[in-house]
Write a protein that binds this ligand. Structure first.
Ligand code: F3S
Length: 65
């Protein structure tokens, strides 16, 4: 699985990097960014789904591989 953030949708609510800091970080203005290459490590799928389901803008995309 990979995570992506749709920059057109992200409004900087910050729940992604608060809830799942291993997968997401923030830019200088508080908008969410994918940490690293976005590949979800083994065991990280739940954190990815929690972040995605808690983003009010539905900006987080989970890509099943
Ligand atoms: Fe943006 Fe959603 Fe995170 S609005 S900062 S992707 S919780």
């Amino acid at each position: 699985m990979k995570v992506q953030i749709d920059p057109e949708r992200c409004q900087g609510h910050g729940r992604c990097y608060d809830l799942s800091p291993d997968l997401f970080t923030e830019d200088d203005e508080g908008y969410g960014q994918v940490a690293g290459d976005g590949v979800v490590p083994a065991g990280g799928e739940r954190a990815a789904r929690v972040a995605a389901s808690n983003c009010p803008e539905k900006a987080i995309v989970l890509v099943e591989e």
